[in-house]
Write a new protein. Sequence first.
Length: 95
Amino acid sequence: MPTNIYGNLTLNSTFPDGQVTKNGDLSIDVAAFSYTGGNFGKFSGATNQAITNNATNYVYLDSAFALVINTVGFPAGSHTRLATVAAANGIITNI
């Protein structure tokens, strides 16, 4: 899955950068990775993150590199897109 990056950011990971995977019927995991771009840091990853049913969920890191999942969309400002996750009838249908 390609990662769309807005701004200067370099990702380093043993898994595909910020890989988003299905964890359960309505939950996901996001793989850990390190980044540079103004600052150097590491996103520690996240497990068992809830996804909204019967919606498209937008998964990204905000400008402070905090994980955000919402059904509104990606923001116009600085962020790192990780995935869109579709769910219907109680299951994830597409990442």
